[in-house]
Design a binder for this molecule. Structure first.
Ligand SMILES: [Fe+2]
Length: 160
């Protein structure tokens, strides 16, 4: 796609950060970065944390903080909101496991913010905070998405 929304987004983020965003590498090889995701049926409450998923590390770079980025290119008329809770994983959450995520009780007492995406909106957030996507009954909810990691040397790297 030209222009490539991933390239444009990474360039803008790099410009705001003050240094270009590079791609995460494994054994010196760049990993894939940039997905086009269509989520219409919602997503369970869950979190994404590469350091918990790969405690011994996955990339050549060591990551001290992770961010998730989405930019919407198609949005439904209703539904499809993303909610992020002020809650990070704790052992008690395991009582509420459901499939790949957690039942809503795990975040019912946590502060939260919901964003119903508008066309062209971007959302940058810490995905270690529990988050979920509300289903949209009609229409399509399509976003370009990637993760960013802050490395121990102060660089931003991207992957999907
Ligand atoms: Fe997620």
């Amino acid at each position: 796609m030209r222009p490539d929304p991933i390239t444009v987004s990474l360039a803008r983020i790099g410009s705001a950060w003050g240094a270009a965003v590079t791609t995460a590498t494994i054994g010196g090889r760049a990993v894939f970065g940039g997905t086009l995701r269509e989520i219409n049926a919602g997503a369970l409450v869950h979190y994404d944390d590469i350091n918990r998923e790969f405690p011994a590390g996955l990339f050549d770079q060591e990551i001290v903080a992770q961010l998730a980025f989405n930019v919407w290119v198609t949005v439904p008329a209703t539904g499809g909101a993303t909610t992020v809770w002020r809650h990070r994983w704790e052992p008690a959450d395991e009582r509420h496991r459901e499939a790949y995520g957690y039942r809503p009780e795990t975040v019912e007492h946590s502060q939260h913010i919901s964003l119903a995406p508008e066309l062209g909106d971007g959302l940058l957030f810490n995905p270690a905070n529990f988050h979920a996507v509300e289903p949209n009954p009609t229409g399509r909810r399509v976003a370009f998405a990637f993760f960013l990691g802050l490395t121990t040397t102060g660089q931003l790297i991207a992957w999907s």
